[in-house]
Every structure is written in structure tokens, then in C-alpha cells.
Design a protein around this ligand. Sequence first.
Ligand code: PMP
Length: 367
Amino acid sequence: MAWPPLREELRGIAPYGAPQLDVPVQLNVNENPYGPSEECAADIARAVAEAATTLNRYPDREFTALRTALAAYLSRDTPHGVGPEQVWAANGSNEVMLQLLQAFGGPGRVALSFAPTYSMYPEYARDTVTEWVVGHRESDFALDLDHARRLVEERRPSVVLLPSPNNPTGTALPPEAVGILCRAAGDGLVVVDEAYGEFRRAGVPSALELLPAYRNLVVTRTMSKAFALAGARLGYLAAAPEVCDAIRVVRLPYHLSAVTQATALAALRHAPELLGRVDDLRAERDRTVAWLRQTGLTVADSDANFALFGTFADRHAVWQGLLDRGVLIRETGPDGWLRVSIGTAAEMQAFQEALTQVMDRQTEDGQ
Ligand code: PMP
């Protein structure tokens, strides 16, 4: 056996991760450019200091206070409300998703999504020895519903993964599409990944509204984006209580530290302030999309805090040209496209100036 005795299918695979480079303008991992306010940071520090006095004890395994606060927060997005027994949380929605596949995927089972889709999903499938099946989207990145329903009926996935808004395209799913796939999936779970849900445009509903209609629907969220809390690692879901109970079987004991619980609870107390910044970012997103279109580029409609734009004959050259000018974006999505996260107005100005220079340069070079 080769050393170290890694699983055969993991040999030679590079660990996932966008480059973490120290450049002035970082627009590559869809972070919130605004840190928590001083009051919010102070409240978090107080809560953590209090938690520190009892760190000799394991944390509340059921994170009851946090589940209650998350349920109250989610209840704003659905007329039916969400109860604490419908909420589950873990260290980032990445961990939530992995737990979903640990509980509901596995050997002999299928996880399904539609490309382009979030690049971590195939890794969760691989790590849980779940077969990974991927369908396609339309050229404007909307779901091809006939194709999607047929694939669900043919492959009978135990988990369908639907990011909405989608990463990397920014495309939100209409509730009718979610309903059709929930019905097609039978007893399989349909996971609507709303990591960027708070950034959706006015009038775009959350899949949370559909929870009472479909017991196989799971809606995931994260505090990494809208709550500017990527460093704290807190993701969560809303689903039928039976789904939450099933995940308890696979979660590690005490997986959410007392420090994490205290941090998330304090941040939730500052929801109105943090979500105020979301409105600024949505406006900045719409301005960025309009500007990119004015320059003649194609931009996918975005309900998220990023925009996918293109197309470039040599996208790597554009990405590198921006990096040379101190602006880091993401080389991801279908060939020829690039993704920019929405930063502050000043950061977007820097991005626009750098991109203009890079494109002028390419025109001069006859590219
Ligand atoms: N889902 C999607 C679609 C994402 O883009 C991300 C983060 N990039 C995540 C889930 C995971 O985020 P986190 O683990 O920080 O909650």
C-alpha cells in the first residue's frame, strides 16, 4: 500500500480552497466587506468572555438558545414561521451539507445537482461515498425544469442540492421549480442552499415559505455572508423536525463550541444593523452589474453578493491582469467567465478601473 494509506480515490487530489493572497482589494470568496460594527464586536467579545468562564464544561449539545434565536430570525422570511425544532446548525453551512450527506447519502445512494453549481458539493459526495450526478442548466443559468425533473425521476437521488441564489452564477430559483422538484423527488431530500438568500432582489421569495408544503424540503443558510461572520463558522438549516433528528445521529458530540454559540447569539442580536449593510451591498451589486453590461460584457442576473461576467477568450489573463493591479477576483464558473464578489463602493471603483485597464490593454494587444 502507498504511504500514507490514503483512500484510492483521494490520491493526488489538491485540497479545495481559493488562493488566500494578501492584496489590497479582495473580491474572491464572496465575503462581506464590512466587519461587524464596534458595538456588535464589543457585544460578541462580552459574550465570549462570559462563555470563557465555563469552558471546562462541554457546551450545550442541543444549542437550544441558538436554535431558538435562529428560528426567530428565519420566521421573518415566511408567513408560516419556523420553530426551534425545525432548526439545525453546524460549523458553517459546509458542515451542515456534509452532515446531510453523511445522514442521507452514502454507498449506493445518489446526490444530484445541476451545473454550474457550488464546487464543494462533489467533494461532500466523494467524502461520504455518495454517487455524484450532475445535470445541466440553460444557457442563462436558469434550471431546465423538464430536464431536471426527468433526471430526478430517473436517478432517484436521496439528496438534490440546489443553491439559490446559485454559486457561481447568482441565479435564484422560482418557488414553482422547487415545488416541482420536491414532488419529483418522492422521499428524497431537496436541499435549497440559500447561503446568499438575504441578498436576493425584492420580490424574490425564500424557499422557507414552502416548508409546510413539502416534508422533504431542506433550506440551508449561513451567517458567513449577510451577517459578516465568515470567521466564526456558523451555518444552519430549516427542515422537518424528523430531518433534524436524523442529523443528530451523525453529528460529532458537542460539535458547536460554546464560543461559537455565544458569538452567533450575540451577532443575531445585531441583525438589523448587519442586514442594513446587505441593502448597501445589493445596491452596489446592481450598480456593478449595470456597469459591466455598459462595457459590453455579458453578466448573469444576480440575486447574490457577486456577479458572474464574461466572456473572455483568455479569462486567466484577465484574472492575472486584475491581480497585477491589486484586485483579486475568482476564476470560476464555465469557461470564459469570471466571478467578482461585491465589496465596498471604493473597492468596486478599484475593480472597475483595473478591469478597464486590462480590457484596454487586451484591445491594444489585439487579443
Ligand atoms: N453554499 C454556497 C452556495 C456557498 O457559496 C458557500 C460558501 N462559499 C457555502 C455554502 C458555505 O459557506 P459557509 O460554510 O461559510 O457557511
